[in-house]
Design a binder for this molecule. Structure first.
Ligand SMILES: Cc1cc2nc3c(=O)[nH]c(=O)nc-3n(C[C@H](O)[C@H](O)[C@H](O)COP(=O)(O)O)c2cc1C
Length: 266
């Protein structure tokens, strides 16, 4: 037998294998009966939870590269791919990021949390007035969920980066077509689901955007224009099994048009 590989034959073989794989995928799709077991992708979606307690063990670098690769293959508007990643695995650097975010939250609460001041005091009245103005300008800025978290972060009761061994910063290129932040959400979704399928725990960290106001730290991290920090994802090995803790999900109504009829489903 000759050792020389015929390129055309190899290509033919690759094509045949690909056709076979595609054909098998099609069969698998048609074979799914109503009520069939969830497949692996669906299982990953259903069992993923935000992890806020991590073991100290660092996940191997090749797994982080692997989940980033899943992010790289995310769809994006106009295929602009308006993102970039900064992976931080140095504890000192993560601690510096954490400290800065805590300081920002402390400043924020000092300026807007009137409950810190005595009832009837001038300071309380001034801060209350400030918050009313801010609230009119941006009605969502005092939503109780972020406000409670900001207060907890300021008091050291809630960690921003959850003491995770790896933090992936997802940077957004604002020049992306349409709404580049949506593309960032899609990338991150690929990353967290790939991580879930590989046994890694993740948590999105929207508060990572607070880092943007620290030019020196951004420069040190390697965040440079036209990129900005859009989101972060903490990665590591989960302590405990959070999939066992139910998280409430609303059942939104679905408007369903079919056969000229409009129905509302749940
Ligand atoms: C864009 C985005 C930003 C988030 N930011 C934070 C955050 O800063 N801190 C945090 O602990 N969780 C954060 N989360 C996690 C949500 O709180 C969590 O997804 C939600 O409570 C549902 O819980 P589950 O992820 O366990 O299903 C964020 C989630 C998303 C999608």
């Amino acid at each position: 037998m000759s050792d020389v590989v015929d390129v055309e034959d190899t290509e033919d073989l690759e094509c045949a294998l690909e056709d076979d794989r595609t054909a098998r995928r099609r069969v698998a799709i048609h074979d799914i009966a109503p009520g069939a077991d969830w497949n692996e992708v669906e299982e990953a979606i259903l069992t993923r939870r935000s992890i806020r307690k991590f073991k100290g063990r660092q996940p191997p670098a090749h797994l982080i590269r692997r989940i980033l690769e899943m992010g790289r293959f995310a769809p994006s508007q106009g295929n602009c791919q308006p993102w970039s990643f900064v992976v931080v695995r140095d504890r000192e650097m993560i601690a510096e990021m954490e400290q800065y975010c805590v300081a920002v939250c402390q400043n924020m609460t000092a300026g807007i949390d009137y409950t810190n001041y005595e009832s009837g005091s001038e300071q309380r009245a001034a801060i209350l007035q400030n918050t009313q103005v801010l609230n009119r300008q941006n009605p969502n800025s005092f939503h109780p969920v972020p406000m409670t978290a900001i207060k907890s972060i300021a008091k050291g009761r809630f960690a921003v980066f959850h003491k995770a061994p790896t933090v992936i910063l997802i940077l957004v290129d604002k020049r992306g077509v349409g709404v580049p932040e949506v593309d960032v959400g899609v990338v991150g979704t690929n990353i967290v689901l790939a991580a879930q399928s590989l046994g890694l725990g993740t948590c999105w960290v929207g508060f990572s955007r607070l880092l943007s106001s620290n030019t020196a730290l951004c420069e040190k991290l390697g965040v440079a224009a036209p990129f900005e920090i859009a989101e972060a994802i903490c990665v590591g090995y989960s302590i405990g099994n959070p999939a066992q803790q139910p998280v409430s999900r609303q059942t939104h109504e679905i408007i369903w048009w079919e056969g000229g009829q409009k129905e509302v489903l749940y």
